[in-house]
Design a protein around this ligand. Structure first.
Ligand code: PMV
Length: 320
């Protein structure tokens, strides 16, 4: 019977922003994330008697153009593990309607886990993380639950994620504020490239990530949510400073993004525990406690064009 692999998405508290090797997807720095329980991808793969892969996403057959990235990934996996089988892949994203999360992290983690199962490759979790990384950098971290660090490494075999605390006993929640607006897309790959090549601040970013990674690991150990939030927010803003200082300058922020950043700063002054983090898009993720997230939700629901989804801490890869 075909098994399904489930991978949850993750939100980086210390961002991955810049590759030192494009092809292998080796990052310049470590990064650190929290796996979330609300958003996941279920993927199954079946060997077929064909020289072509067939890919279904959300029950829809993808055409050649749409399946290009996945087929390229399967080709490189066949080469690496020396097999020639082709597959019917069935991948379903369980992400509340436009929750503002990129599905590439959960998507490639679930695909890697599914191929490992179907081909009985018996990969250990580090090898699985490497395989997921080759699809999308952030997918390397979705192999584990809870707090996860991706160690940058300097070659294909030593760039993988490690768990920091898979089941943290901490009152931390993430609220995703989705801005219902079609923004112009700059892919993370292209945004990273422009930042690395043209931002004068990039060398400082590399130093900053190193110190903030150490600091946030301390804060995680001490279950200090305020400190975790402060570091995560500063790190996200520093990442976006790289886009603003690129030549030519660009930004993922929309007016509503800035509006929410200001709102969270005001709420903080009123004593509500809340910090923001933002990825390569306009949506804002807010870190807080169960109590503070409930309060923030009511403020955000007053804004037009914004919807909210709350997530808790999620698991690593599962099979069923
Ligand atoms: O994995 P990618 O190529 O989609 O890049 C992810 C980049 C960020 O989401 C902005 C940061 C991160 O570490 O997840």
């Amino acid at each position: 019977m075909t098994k399904t692999a489930r991978a949850f998405t993750n939100i980086a508290l210390i961002k991955y922003w810049g590759k030192k090797d494009q092809k292998l997807k080796l990052p310049y720095t470590n990064s650190l994330s929290l796996t979330l329980d609300r958003f996941y991808t279920d993927t199954s793969s079946e060997i077929i008697d064909s020289s072509k892969d067939i890919i279904y996403l959300n029950d829809m057959l993808l055409n050649e153009e749409q399946s290009k990235r996945i087929i390229k990934y399967l080709d490189s996996t066949r080469k690496k593990y020396n097999f020639s089988e082709h597959f019917k892949i069935n991948s379903v994203n369980h992400v509340p309607t436009s929750a503002g999360f990129a599905s590439s992290a959960s998507g490639f983690a679930a695909l890697a886990a599914s191929i490992d199962q179907t081909m009985a490759l018996n990969l250990d979790k580090s090898q699985l993380s490497i395989l997921a990384r080759r699809g999308s950098g952030s997918a390397s971290r979705s192999i584990y639950g809870g707090f996860v660090e991706w160690i940058a490494g300097d070659n294909n075999n030593n760039s993988f994620a490690v768990p920091i605390d898979e089941n943290p006993d901490i009152d931390l929640e993430i609220l995703s504020a989705v801005i219902n607006k079609k923004a112009k897309k700059i892919s993370s790959t292209s945004g990273m490239e422009k930042s690395v090549e043209t931002s004068p601040f990039y060398p400082n970013w590399v130093k900053l990530v190193s110190s903030e990674t150490n600091e946030i690991k301390q804060a995680i150990k001490q279950k200090d949510i305020q400190k975790i939030g402060e570091i995560a927010e500063h790190n996200a803003m520093s990442m976006h400073a790289l886009t603003l200082s690129a030549k030519p300058s660009f930004t993922y922020f929309e007016p509503e993004t800035v509006e929410i950043i200001h709102l969270i700063q005001e709420l903080r002054q009123k004593g509500i525990l809340a910090y923001v983090t933002i990825d390569a898009g306009p949506n804002v993720k807010i870190l807080g406690t169960h109590k503070s997230i409930e309060q923030i939700k009511s403020y955000l629901n007053n804004l037009s064009d914004v919807t909210t989804v709350v997530a808790n801490i999620g698991h690593g890869i599962q099979y069923f």
